[in-house]
Design a binder for this molecule. Structure first.
Ligand SMILES: *Cc1c(COP(=O)(O)O)cnc(C)c1O
Length: 288
């Protein structure tokens, strides 16, 4: 199973005019389509599901959820059937977007539900109904963040990463990835999260998973909200890709990188700061 897979990791240090070191940890190279961080989040969930004898994996997401695509792929790879509860019943009659198409290609059974039904996804009674309807399914929450995910995301940083860098940057959606990184970081490191969505609630979500204090979160670079883009963002993304030959996407990694460059330009970091940027992938959802 997953135990035997060594996730390939490669690092790329950027040639920039700034007096800091920027190194990108390329989790995107784990798979050309699937967000690298999602494998870490799924790893112990799938091991648990196998051990408990489940045949199916069921999870939730919106039409642009990288977690949905990743779950479909990983489930198929490890011999599970997969079911995706997707927000928006109107999608049923429309052509699938790139993310849902890839989930479909990996064999996921897509079940489109109304927004009202989707809102019940954390509700105990609703979960019970789902369990009765899908008795063979192991249920993973929206975005994939749970205790098993945290165990996995604590494996993103290697022991070298804990000593070779001063600052670690990561894009944030539900907070499961950064929480694992914070938990496994050294106390002399600072972990800096770039939120892909607006709001203070994420800070509390992250705090649920860690008691450590060596981190901060900004939503200043979320560009007005989740998956919202602007000509400036897309321009930055293209320019970055051309300059460094590292593909980004507009929902998470381009916003993080644009935010990081903005902070560096404003001398936010002391000279010689060694910054490790986690490239979480998500490239199947990149705008063309
Ligand atoms: C899901 C995702 C994130 C955010 O991960 P969380 O654990 O939900 O915070 C960041 N980057 C990419 C590319 C993702 O797909």
């Amino acid at each position: 199973m997953f135990d035997h897979i060594a996730f390939p990791t490669s690092y790329q240090t950027l040639d920039t005019p700034y007096p800091v070191q920027i190194t990108v940890k390329r989790l995107d190279l784990i798979h050309p389509q699937i967000s690298g961080n999602k494998f870490f989040k799924l790893k112990y969930n799938l091991l648990e599901a196998k051990q408990l004898g489940f045949k199916q994996i069921l999870t939730f997401g919106g039409a642009y959820s990288n977690h949905i695509a990743a779950t479909a792929y990983a489930a198929q790879l490890f011999g599970f059937q997969s079911i995706g509860i997707i927000r928006g019943e109107e999608l049923h009659t429309q052509a699938l977007n790139l993310t849902l198409q890839s989930a479909n290609d990996f064999g996921m059974q897509l079940r489109f539900v109304s927004r009202a039904e989707y809102r019940l996804r954390h509700d105990t009674d609703y979960q019970l109904q789902l369990k009765q309807h899908y008795p063979d399914a192991y249920i993973i929450p929206e975005g994939g963040t749970n205790t098993f995910a945290l165990k996995g995301t604590q494996e993103i940083l290697s022991p070298e990463d804990q000593t070779n860098y001063d600052v670690i940057c990561c894009a944030v959606g539900t907070g499961g990835t950064i929480a694992g990184i914070i938990e496994s970081s050294s106390n002399r490191q600072q972990v800096l999260g770039f939120s892909a969505l607006k709001g203070e609630f994420l800070r509390h979500d992250i705090q649920q998973w860690t008691d450590k204090l060596n981190w901060s979160l900004t939503d200043q670079y979320c560009g007005g909200g989740y998956a919202k883009t602007s000509p400036e963002l897309l321009q930055f993304m293209l320019q970055f890709e051309q300059q460094y030959a590292i593909p980004l996407e507009q929902v998470y990694t381009a916003k993080m990188m644009m935010g990081l460059f903005d902070l560096i330009g404003k001398n936010h970091f002391p000279t010689h700061t060694r910054i490790l940027v986690i490239h979480t992938g998500g490239l199947q959802g990149r705008v063309k």
